[in-house]
Design a protein around this ligand. Structure first.
Ligand code: HEM
Length: 357
């Protein structure tokens, strides 16, 4: 499609598809022409899950977008998140202990990776460890509902109002971006957005990383420092992005690469295709763990660029070494793969492996 039909209309989905790197970049950065105000963004995720993303920053254009993002932007900068490294490592160690206590053959995705990202979000929201079950269980296919999450977060907000602490939730509760405090609904929506945007995507990143590093026999080199883990993680993000499309709506008639997209039409910008565009990447179909520079678009671009990108990177960089230090001889239990194929998310649902300890 990138070569033969780079901007096309798909009748079945009622949506335009944009495949080339430069066009994807244009759609994501020109927020005046390509609006997020239609209830999508990571809309595919919300369709698949118990949580509704209406009224969150991901579905807002400026100035409302700036107002909502401005409340938390600072908190998600890499320097501020780094203080959590030790907590994330401990979480990973505890999770690995639990998994290995049951045996050395297990599903890396469902048994090891699945609870970690939501628990990490619990950590930064200041939710005690033994109270994170609802946060973890509200992911697509999980066992908790949006109502349970809402009741839980409402209670938590109440407690933080009475006893503010040095955590992001207390910060959001007392923020006054336009001279007034955030409403309970806005606070809840923010927490739900973090869980929705930050859980499944990061489970998939961890799983894809183990999949790629095992397949290409890289774990020993990563541990020895011969291959830089951060660089290799960027290549996992490029080659196997957790998010394949980002959606927008045309605010006006607009020409993209010689094709006119009419006002009001929906557009899917194919990040996964941009990441393999030979105009941008040498030898794009090769997984090269030392690729640098690596300007992939997996976290989006422009004003909506992923708020949690530094957190996802930090998680991968702290959790994977805990796993590699503890186990060796990772091998796949099966060659069959069962990807999640959704409108937005892509990744393995399961990755059965066996390890030595
Ligand atoms: C936005 C991908 C992890 C929170 C986005 C966008 C993408 C993305 C592509 C842009 C959407 C758009 O332009 O409409 C990913 C991937 C992740 C990941 C691939 C993991 C590998 C996280 C985490 C969090 C998070 C861990 C937070 C806990 C957000 C938020 C936005 C966002 C709040 C909206 C930003 C805005 O609208 O300004 N993400 N994400 N994401 N992401 Fe992530």
């Amino acid at each position: 499609m990138r070569e033969t039909n780079p901007v096309r209309y798909d009748e079945t989905r009622g949506c335009w598809d944009v495949f080339q790197y430069d066009d994807v970049q244009t759609v994501l950065t020109d927020f005046e022409t390509f609006s997020s105000e239609f209830g999508s963004g990571l809309g595919g995720v919300s369709r698949d899950s118990a949580v509704d993303l209406t009224d969150t920053m991901i579905k807002r254009d400026p100035p409302e977008h700036e107002r909502l993002r401005g409340v938390v932007d600072e908190y998600f900068q890499p320097g501020n998140l780094r203080t959590f490294s030790d907590d994330f490592e401990e979480l990973a160690r505890d999770q690995l202990d639990t998994v290995l206590a049951a045996g050395t053959e297990f599903d890396f995705a469902a048994e090891f990776a699945a609870p970690i990202p939501a628990s990490v979000i619990g950590e930064i929201l200041g939710v005690p460890r033994d109270k994170r079950e609802v946060l973890i269980g509200v992911r697509p296919g999980g066992e908790h509902t949006q109502e349970e999450l809402k009741a839980y977060i409402t209670e938590l907000v109440q407690r933080r109002k009475e006893n503010p602490r040095d955590d992001i939730l207390s910060e959001v509760i007392h923020a006054t971006p336009d001279g007034r405090e955030m409403t309970p609904e806005e606070i809840y929506n923010f927490c739900a957005l973090l869980l929705l945007a930050g859980s499944h995507t990061t489970i998939t990143l961890l799983t894809n990383a183990l999949w790629m590093f095992t397949k290409h026999d890289l774990i020993a080199d990563i541990q020895a420092g011969v291959i830089d883990l951060d660089t290799a993680i960027e290549e996992v993000l490029r080659y196997q992005p957790s998010v394949h499309t980002v959606e927008r709506i045309a605010s006006t008639d607009v020409e993209v690469n010689g094709t006119t997209i009419p006002e009001g039409d929906q557009i899917a910008a194919w990040v996964a295709s941009a990441n393999r565009d030979p105009q941008q990447f040498d030898d794009p179909e090769t997984f090269d763990p030392e690729r640098s520079p690596n300007p992939h678009m997996t976290f989006g671009r422009g004003i909506h660029v992923c708020l949690g990108a530094p957190l996802a990177r930090l998680e991968a960089r702290t959790v994977l070494p805990v796993f590699f230090d503890r186990v060796s001889d990772v091998s796949f239990a099966t060659d069959e793969r069962d990807p999640i194929v959704g409108p937005t998310l892509y990744g393995l649902q399961t990755l059965p492996i066996s390890v030595q300890t």
